[in-house]
Design a protein. Structure first.
Length: 235
């Protein structure tokens, strides 16, 4: 009996050791618009495409980068509604930690909490995996951090990573351009150049979203005017 006979069951392994629904969830991430992140010596930059189905849509209503706490944020690729559930869970965890310990949550601890939520949806009946991957960026007492969390609940620390439709080409470009001593301003330029490699159409402040978290732990989503200034410098 082939793997396809098990593809509709979340809680049953196929004979080859796969959970078919997780593979389908990862495929859903691969259909999403490209998102990427780069860790610099003094912070982390997040960048993503904002795809609009029609020019009649208001670009300001589409937000792929989310603030989780004042020192941590994330960007997703995949299914937007699924990401909102994880953003809400992440914000709740941040506030619970702050209320208990009176200090910001360490980035790794938040990532473990988000990964635990995603993993629980891979072994419970009546649910499906999240069709989304997250790039989580933040700064804590040990410096800047970048993590990727996938639908299986797996997470890894990265120097630079990309998710979504153009993931392979974006990672190849980042491997060529990334250096360990890159600073935040250069990382922003590299992020935009990476998005440009596989971008369909013209990059503008309406279809590109950028955010940074600096070494002081200040997370900021750049305004449309600031994005336009960076695009003018790079393109």
């Amino acid at each position: 009996m082939g793997d396809s006979s098990y593809s509709f069951s979340l809680t049953t392994f196929s004979p080859t050791g796969k959970l078919g629904q997780i593979d389908h969830a990862i495929a859903a991430v691969g259909q999403g618009s490209t998102s990427l992140a780069i860790k610099a010596t003094n912070g982390v930059v997040l960048a993503t495409e904002k795809k609009m189905g029609t020019p009649l849509m208001d670009a300001t209503s589409i937000q792929k980068i989310s603030l989780l706490d004042e020192h941590i944020g994330c960007v997703y690729s995949g299914m937007g509604p699924d990401s909102r559930v994880l953003v809400a869970a992440g914000r709740k965890q941040c506030q619970q930690y702050r209320c208990t310990y009176h200090e910001p949550i360490p980035v790794l601890q938040l990532v473990k909490g988000l990964a635990r939520v995603m993993q629980e949806y891979t072994q419970s009946g009546g649910v499906r995996p999240f069709g989304v991957s997250l790039l989580v960026a933040g700064t804590d007492y040990s410096g800047p951090h970048l993590f990727q969390v996938d639908p299986s609940g797996s997470y890894w620390a990265w120097k630079a990573s990309a998710i979504g439709k153009n993931m392979v080409n974006a990672k190849t470009f980042l491997e060529k351009r990334y250096t360990n001593d890159i600073e935040l301003e250069d990382a922003i330029h590299t992020a935009l150049l990476t998005l440009k490699e596989g971008f369909d159409g013209k990059m503008t402040s309406d279809n590109i979203e950028l955010a940074t978290v600096n070494e002081k732990g200040e997370f900021k989503t750049l305004s449309a005017a600031e994005v336009k200034d960076y695009l003018d410098e790079v393109l």
